[in-house]
Design a protein around this ligand. Structure first.
Ligand code: NI
Length: 275
């Protein structure tokens, strides 16, 4: 383990967690990134996966990964950037994915909540990135907003036709139990964010109760969607603890058990060759 972890007095040790989805390259962190990192370390966050919304973000994300060794990265293009998708994008992502820091392709997927004008482009970008993840044997990070049936359909076709099925995660999951089952049947992990802590998130909470323990992940998606009791504030990786504790409570399991299970699952999803 790193020196920071071993420097923590044993009485203060908390169970380890992995935040499987962060955007700490955003300018909300420009002023205090060192304090944010100190906070996640003392909260027991031992690894993080940095999502990527556009290849133009990649060099900044890699600089952060140099600075914070526990940060692994994804490379890809978000569905809301899909208007910019070209064949060259796939080539560029494939090259950037050569870095040993890269553990996933994404985030990609479909977002019909914010944008229904680019549906064919979103689908094309998603299908290309699935192919990349499969070819490169990397996880895929799937963003899905108001598009569960279309997302499941694309994944179903892909898993059926591909010589190498893709593994990955439904990130910041907001679906119903029925929708959740579609993605579980496709072999996907389901990652819960601060949404699960919101009082009225009944469907998401029902989903968090029914996911098998070996498919559960937790994330912040920071700087967005801070969990209760930080709702409305800037979100940060240390707060993944609130998400994990809420999911533990919903499932009536000890917090340490939930932390250990989600940490194991994250390693199997993103670092399967190091286990
Ligand atoms: Ni994201």
């Amino acid at each position: 383990m790193n020196s920071e972890a071993s420097a923590t007095p044993s009485s203060d040790r908390v169970s380890e967690l992995i935040d499987t989805h962060v955007h700490i390259n955003f300018d909300q962190f420009d002023e205090d990134i060192d304090a944010v990192a100190a906070a996640w370390r003392s909260a027991g966050v031992v690894q993080l996966v940095h999502s990527c919304c556009h290849p133009r973000e990649f060099s900044r994300i890699m600089a952060l990964a140099e600075k914070f060794p526990e940060l692994s990265v994804a490379v890809g293009m978000h569905p809301l950037e899909a208007a910019e998708w070209t064949e060259e994008s796939a080539t560029e992502i494939r090259e950037l994915a050569n870095s040993p820091k890269v553990v996933a392709i994404g985030e990609t997927g479909l977002d019909f909540y914010h944008d229904v004008n680019q549906i064919p482009q979103q689908q094309a970008a998603f299908e290309s990135q699935l192919l990349l993840a499969s070819e490169l044997n990397l996880a895929v990070i799937v963003h899905c907003r108001d598009a569960a049936s279309q997302t499941a359909e694309i994944l179903r076709n892909f898993q059926r036709q591909s010589s190498q099925p893709v593994r990955g995660v439904m990130h910041c999951w907001g679906g119903t139990p029925e929708e959740t089952k579609w993605f579980l049947d496709l072999g996907f992990y389901i990652s819960f964010s601060g949404i699960v802590t919101f009082k009225n998130a009944h469907q998401v909470q029902a989903s968090a109760k029914m996911v098998p323990s070996d498919r559960l992940l937790v994330e912040t998606d920071c700087p967005f969607l801070a969990p209760v009791p930080r709702r409305g504030k800037r979100n940060e990786p240390a707060y993944v603890r609130y998400v994990a504790d809420c999911v533990a409570e919903l499932r009536s399991v000890p917090k340490a058990t939930l932390a250990a299970q989600t940490t194991k699952n994250a390693r199997e999803c993103f670092w399967p060759f190091q286990i």
